[in-house]
Design a protein around this ligand. Structure first.
Ligand SMILES: [Zn+2]
Length: 266
């Protein structure tokens, strides 16, 4: 196998907009080394290849994020320091999930459940949110763009469709003109980011309003949890979205711009 690198974003609403910042010294892991958890998980997978040399570091990522990279049978693993004092069993579950991603296998149900049960514990979630708040300084451009003013759009939509009841959110244009992430609502920071690609005269006001409206619906209908499953766009959410009067024309415009036959927003 050649070099393969992958980044695994775990349960993060921030997706591509996560900016990991290194702030603190990584804590020293105590007791059995987390590298052992990876070795054991690797052996259980029964792959016909030499056990990689695992180097595991805890990093002060913004939020919950873990990555693995394999190069010449050296596996470099970076794990969010929020998980530094998790039980060994959780490290082993995470190891299995990351290795499964790396070698294109399916992690066992037990591993996924063990990992999710831990990261959904209220105390752990609190630490994750705190890490995001402190470290995830979002690099936004001001809401008043060259062509569109996001604060104006937000205020008008809030009055018209939410009785002015939505709390103020931080608004801004993304640094990059992303064509993949058109909009994002980050609930840890109460921040709406819209792709700077849309701050242009070639983009209709209907489309910009629609994308802002979509992100505002994330404020109104927060992510739901059903067991271990997270529902980001509930049926209520999708219904409310379709009631937006400019929905059809915005979607048409979006299809033309992206040259795709069907589009849905994340
Ligand atoms: Zn969405």
């Amino acid at each position: 196998m050649g070099q393969r690198a992958l980044t695994w974003f775990v349960l993060s609403n921030m997706g591509q907009l996560t900016f990991p910042l290194l702030l603190a010294e990584p804590p020293e892991p105590a007791g059995p080394s987390p590298g052992d958890a990876f070795t054991r998980a690797f052996r259980r997978m029964g792959l016909r290849r030499a056990v990689p040399d695992f180097q595991v570091e805890f990093r002060s990522f913004a939020g919950l994020r873990s990555t693995i990279r394999l190069r010449e049978n050296q596996a470099q693993v970076r794990v969010s320091d929020v998980l530094a004092d998790a039980p060994l069993l959780v490290h082993e579950a995470l190891a299995e999930i990351l290795l499964a991603q790396l070698f294109r296998r399916r992690p066992s149900r037990e591993a996924r459940e063990c990992y999710l049960a831990y990261v959904f514990k209220p105390a752990v979630r609190l630490r994750i949110d705190e890490a995001r708040r402190q470290r995830g300084k979002k690099q936004l451009l001001p809401p008043r763009g060259r062509h569109y003013d996001l604060e104006e759009i937000f205020a008008a939509l809030n009055r018209k469709f939410f009785n002015g009841e939505l709390p103020a959110a931080r608004l801004g244009w993304s640094r990059k003109r992303s064509r993949r992430t058109l909009g994002n609502y980050d609930d840890a920071h109460q921040t709406i980011t819209i792709t700077r690609w849309f701050d242009a005269p070639s983009v209709s006001p209907d489309l910009v309003e629609y994308v802002v409206f979509h992100e505002m619906l994330h404020m109104r209908f927060p992510t739901e949890r059903h067991g271990h499953r997270r529902v980001v766009h509930s049926s209520e959410f999708r219904k409310a979205e379709k009631e937006f009067p400019k929905y059809e024309s915005a979607i048409r415009h979006l299809k033309r711009l992206t040259d795709r036959r069907s589009v849905t927003l994340d």
